[in-house]
Design a binder for this molecule. Structure first.
Ligand code: HEC
Length: 88
């Protein structure tokens, strides 16, 4: 491979990567799926496995792992919906 074709290949690859990253950044988030009895059961199981240790069984922020987190308190459902919608 000549130096020139190597440079155009790397140039083309970089352009492809930049375009792909830009396109990924522009992608719209998927619409929230409608809840179903199955999705609620799956979500409950997922919550028990991955979230309950901090957020607690009822979402009050009193899971066993939460005692080491400073300033970790329960928030209202409205606050949580707002946080999730705003992505914060
Ligand atoms: C290692 C502990 C930990 C685990 C595990 C954890 N979280 Fe959190 N989560 C936090 C902390 C800390 C905050 C920030 C709370 C704050 O700012 O008051 C937070 C905030 C949130 C918030 C924003 C609302 C709020 O009260 O601030 C949501 C929603 C949330 N977590 C959902 C989840 C879900 C769903 C899971 C499981 C998939 C999960 N978390 C697992 C510690 C954890």
């Amino acid at each position: 491979m000549t130096m020139r074709s190597f440079l155009s290949l790397t140039g083309a690859l970089s352009l492809f990567c930049v375009t792909a990253v830009y396109a990924a950044g522009q992608a719209k988030p998927a619409a929230a799926a409608a809840a179903s009895p199955e999705s609620i059961t799956n979500g409950a199981a997922l919550y028990k496995r991955q979230c309950v240790m901090c957020h607690g069984a009822t979402g009050q922020g009193d899971g066993p792992a939460a005692k080491n987190l400073k300033g970790f308190t329960a928030r209202s459902d409205q606050m949580v919906v707002f946080d999730v919608k705003m992505g914060q």
